[in-house]
Each structure stands twice: as structure tokens, then as C-alpha cells.
Design a protein around this ligand. Structure first.
Ligand code: BDR
Ligand code: CA
Length: 314
């Protein structure tokens, strides 16, 4: 498996935390920078959470920078009903001490891409796309320099913020419009895929049995996250864990099926703003720079995740 150097742009968030741990523990991923963006909670809170997770996992050396405090055009919306007041409710990580990089996230993204050979850095946005959109507007040359963009967001058949829009796209659709229309190779790991990414009681027991500080954090996180999901949905299964799927695709693309299709963002719909309109008509896929994730090998995802947790605790 090749080594992927990634910039993770995130808004932790319980599932963002899982994505960070998956990336940190996997030998095929080098996390070269973490950047934060308003989303699940305020920028201040998600940045605090990102610092706390990195420090807790022993990754003090990774540059981390705070980004945009609000979306490009629209008012701030958060996901307190999912992730709580802190963004990581149900957990109790120690107060972080690691410093923030002094640069704005947009500048850390641009600088990191330019400091590395062309086509070696992959962008992995797992929150709203505000930072990425501004980075490409500030330094348009990065479109040619990044290797690819693999993002968690959107969905071609379903939504969670509305019937047809997913949270990361819905909170900043104008930013998403910019990012999806740049000509870089882009993989949308959307809800159609991430709704397949659920632990079960056996997997939760396997994680708990590791009995390490990190596994305890994971169990607390996912228990809180699933309890809220069950209350809101009336379902009894475990909540889908969205964000690690984007990282998992890079680690082992064979666990996720994809299909090429143009994707555009609805900006003006009375009912559909933020929808990732995906055109599966076959003639539309010629020269297509976007693809969407369709099918997940869920057992392999969790085996990969548990492997990361074991390596982090060595
Ligand atoms: C996305 O929304 C956020 O609440 C999660 O962290 C994830 O990135 C799922 O729709
Ligand atoms: Ca997220």
C-alpha cells in the first residue's frame, strides 16, 4: 500500500475524532497537518477538541491551525444536537497544552502543499468546505499541485440536514460549489456510503476489550454518539460513523466501491439547497474529475480502525 501524506481539515466532532485516530495509527498515512473549521461546533471549540485529541494520542508534533469562524455566505449552523455543547460531549479528554500554528488554516494548507513535491499531498476535508474553498481562491495553483481530494460530505440519494442535503455541504454550500468545481480529482464519500459504516455490539466489545486510554475514549465517544442517534431516530442499531470512511478509502481503496459521476451543488433550491446533485447518466461521465463512493466493506473498515487503535497504544 502506498504512503499517503494528508491534510485533515476537520471540525471535531465524535466521528472526526475517530478519523484522526484512524489516520494517526495507520502506517500508510502520514498526517502532515490538521486544520479546523467551524462546523459541528464553534471554531474555538472544535480547535480545542482537535488539539486535545492529537495530544491525547501522542501526536504533539503535527502542525495544527485554526481556520474560518463562519461559512462564506450563510449564517453559522452547528450540530450540537449530535455532538453536544462541547462538540465532544460524553468524553473527558485532558486539557490540551500543544500550541496552535500561528498561521490561519488556509495558509497552513497552501504552505504545506507548496512545501511538498507536486501531487504528493491529499486533502481530506471532513467538515464544511470553507477553508478549502478559500485556499483554492487564494492560491489557485494548488488545484494542480494536490494529488487528490477525498472528502466526507454530500450524498446522492439521501440527506441528514434536510431530506436531500448533508450537514458538511449544507452549512456552506457556496464553499462546496467552489471545491466540487475545481478540476482536481475528487472523491465524495457521502451518506450513501457512510450510512453503511456502523459498528455493532461485537465490534464495540472488541474495542472496549483493548482496555487502553484511547479505546476508552472511543467507547465513550461512540456510546454518546449512538445514544443521541437512537433517541432522535427511534432506531436500535449503532450510529453511522461518517468521517473515518474518507481516511479508510485512502488506506485501502478496495474496501470502498466508487462510481464516476459529475456532482454539482444546489445553491438556490426552495427545498434542495446544499444537495450534491449527482448525474449518473453514462454519457455524463466522460472526462469526469469526480467520483462518488457507493459500497463499503464494513467489517474491513472496523478491522482497520481497531488495528490503528492497537498501534496507537504501543
Ligand atoms: C458529517 O456531519 C458532521 O456532524 C460529522 O462530523 C460528519 O462530518 C456527517 O453528515
Ligand atoms: Ca466532521
Amino acid at each position: 500500500m502506498p504512503l499517503h501524506k494528508i491534510i485533515l481539515d476537520c471540525d471535531p466532532g465524535h466521528d472526526d475524532a475517530m478519523a484522526i485516530l484512524l489516520a494517526l495509527g495507520n502506517p500508510n498515512i502520514e498526517l502532515v497537518a490538521v486544520t479546523t473549521v467551524v462546523g459541528n461546533q464553534t471554531l474555538e471549540k472544535v480547535t480545542h477538541n482537535a488539539r486535545a485529541i492529537l495530544e491525547f494520542a501522542g501526536a504533539k508534533q503535527i502542525p495544527i491551525a485554526a481556520g474560518c469562524t463562519r461559512p462564506l455566505v450563510r449564517a453559522i449552523q452547528n450540530a450540537a444536537e449530535v455532538h453536544g455543547i462541547s462538540g465532544l460531549d460524553g468524553t473527558n479528554l485532558p486539557e490540551p497544552t500543544i500550541p496552535l500554528d500561528k498561521r490561519h488554516a488556509v495558509d497552513l494548507i497552501i504552505d504545506t502543499i507548496k512545501a511538498n513535491p507536486p501531487k504528493t499531498i491529499t486533502l481530506v476535508p471532513i467538515g464544511g468546505l470553507t477553508n478549502i474553498a478559500l485556499a483554492v481562491r487564494k492560491a489557485p495553483e494548488i488545484t494542480e499541485l494536490v494529488k487528490e481530494v477525498v472528502l466526507m460530505g454530500g450524498g446522492y440519494h439521501t440527506g441528514n440536514r434536510s431530506a436531500v442535503s448533508e450537514f458538511n455541504i449544507a452549512i456552506d454550500p457556496e464553499a462546496a460549489h467552489i471545491v466540487f468545481n475545481e478540476k482536481w480529482p475528487l472523491t465524495m464519500v457521502g451518506l450513501d456510503l457512510t450510512h453503511q459504516a456502523r459498528p455493532d455490539d461485537r465490534i464495540m466489545a472488541e474495542i472496549a476489550a483493548l482496555k487502553t486510554p484511547i479505546s476508552e475514549f472511543v467507547v465513550r465517544s461512540l456510546n454518546y454518539y449512538t445514544a443521541g442517534y437512537r433517541q432522535r431516530s427511534g432506531r436500535s442499531d449503532h450510529a453511522p460513523v461518517h468521517d473515518p470512511c474518507a481516511v479508510a478509502y485512502l488506506i485501502d481503496p478496495s474496501i470502498i466501491d466508487t462510481q464516476k459521476a459529475p456532482v454539482n451543488i444546489e445553491l438556490q433550491g426552495a427545498l434542495t439547497t446544499g444537495m450534491t446533485v449527482t448525474d449518473f447518466r453514462s454519457q455524463a461521465t466522460t472526462d469526469c474529475h469526480t467520483q462518488v463512493a457507493t459500497k463499503l466493506d464494513n467489517p474491513k473498515l472496523w478491522a482497520m480502525f481497531i488495528d490503528s487503535l492497537k498501534r496507537l497504544d504501543k
